[in-house]
Design a protein around this ligand. Structure first.
Ligand code: ATP
Ligand code: MG
Length: 388
């Protein structure tokens, strides 16, 4: 059964499209994450799903029922708002109890349910305080608690962890996933602009940009098979290097000329090139993890002379911004190396980890491998119809 479906959904504000022809199927019971930069239309999409905004065009379905014209209260959804939307004159307990009371749910179990949710979110000691006496992170947990007190068919969460400190965020991430597994029937749409949150939490992740849904995939496939330069750069940290290069396809092989080396990719990408790709300028994506000091391994490119510009320690690794001729490249260096500013280090990249994109459309030139099968890349439509 379909949990949620957006069918050709558009939203215009003041004549400009902020959500453009959104088509998305979420399976029943799935945890899907909508991710994208600020202003890309995530909250607007969620508000349309909640019935707080009407689509300018298109239909929305929840569990195969067309809810486009169904009021919010009849959609069986629970939403955590980005802005918290707490009742300022009620204490935390009353904020949590408000929904169940309005819905006339049994009073006998209310206290226990509130305590359980408060324990889960570590706000039990705050039940008597009003929102004005809470920190941002505490308010955010109360907002989350108000949604979690129910067991709805659909959970909508708009950046519910953005104001928590790093440790609490990691802990709450795990709690929300655990909760989702417990509520097997509930479909969750979770909005974030944090790609780490998206990758760690989502069964699938939907990447949006400027109101357009670019790609929907599992975390692993998004990382491995980005359909576009944008997704390649947005997913993964530090972000993917994108270099200008030249692709040369001959009768017996595929070579890419990039960073001053000619890398023979025949064994790695020849079977994955989509139809119609010809020799010429391309964009070459290499993740920092796949660019490292040359050791002469079988899968490596030739040596690329580079010089350390800046190095950043992450604790387990060092990522260094390197000058390669006129180009900057971020590479992964071993922690033990302790690179000095200006130090010369020869780099190499893993040839199997190279991504190739069309230089003008910035869409991937590589299909993906599923089992032994080559699946062509869904070429994103960037067409924007006339403003209605
Ligand atoms: N009521 C409104 N009237 C006019 N423009 C709006 C309205 N609501 C949202 N917008 C615009 O629509 C675009 C999408 O906004 P939206 O809130 O959906 O973005 P978002 O992806 O949730 O961003 P963020 O990560 O900052 O929360 C933005 O450019 C925003 O300014
Ligand atoms: Mg938002």
């Amino acid at each position: 059964m379909t949990g949620i479906r957006f069918e050709n959904v558009w939203k215009f504000f003041e004549g400009s499209a902020v959500v453009t022809d959104l088509n998305l199927d979420v399976h029943a019971g799935e945890f899907i994450v909508l991710v994208g930069p600020s202003g890309c239309g995530k909250t607007t999409s969620l508000r349309m799903l909640a019935g707080l905004e009407r689509p300018s065009h298109g239909r929305i379905f929840i569990e195969d029922r067309d809810v486009t014209d169904v009021p919010t209260g009849q959609r069986d959804i629970s939403m955590v708002f980005q802005s918290y939307a707490l009742y300022p004159n009620m204490n935390v307990y009353k904020n949590l109890a408000f929904g169940p009371r309005v819905r006339k749910e049994p009073k006998s179990t209310l206290q226990t349910r509130i305590n359980d949710v408060a324990d889960l979110l570590q706000i039990r000691h705050l039940l008597n305080r009003t929102p004005s006496a809470l920190s941002g992170g505490q308010r955010q947990r109360v907002a989350l608690g108000r949604a979690l007190i129910r067991e709805p068919r659909v959970f909508l969460m708009d950046e519910p962890l953005s104001n928590l400190d790093a440790a609490l965020r990691v802990q709450m991430r795990a709690e929300l996933i655990r909760l989702h597994h417990r509520l097997k029937e509930t479909t969750t749409v979770y909005v974030t602009h944090d790609q780490v949150e998206a990758l760690t939490m989502g069964d699938r992740v939907a990447v949006m940009k400027d109101g357009v849904l670019l790609q929907v995939d599992t975390a692993n496939d998004l990382f491995e098979y980005p359909d576009s330069v944008f997704v390649g750069e947005f997913i993964g940290s530090p972000k993917m290097n994108v270099f200008e290069g030249t692709l040369m396809i001959t009768g017996d092989g595929v070579v890419v000329d990039v960073l001053g080396v000619r890398a023979d990719l025949t064994d790695y990408v020849a079977g994955r090139l989509i139809d119609g790709v010809s020799s010429g300028p391309v964009l070459v994506g290499v993740r920092p993890h796949d660019l490292f000091p040359a050791s002469g391994g079988a899968d490596e490119s030739d040596r690329i002379p580079a010089r350390v510009d800046i190095s950043e320690h992450t604790g387990t690794e060092v990522f260094a911004t390197m000058d390669v001729g006129e180009t900057k490249a971020v590479a992964r260096l071993p922690r033990a190396l302790k690179p000095e500013l200006g130090e010369r280090i020869d780099l190499a990249f893993s040839r199997h980890a190279v991504h190739l994109f069309d230089a003008s459309t910035k869409l991937s030139l590589l299909g993906r491998i599923r089992g032994r099968e080559r699946v062509s890349v869904a070429q994103t439509t960037q067409v924007r119809p006339e403003v209605k």
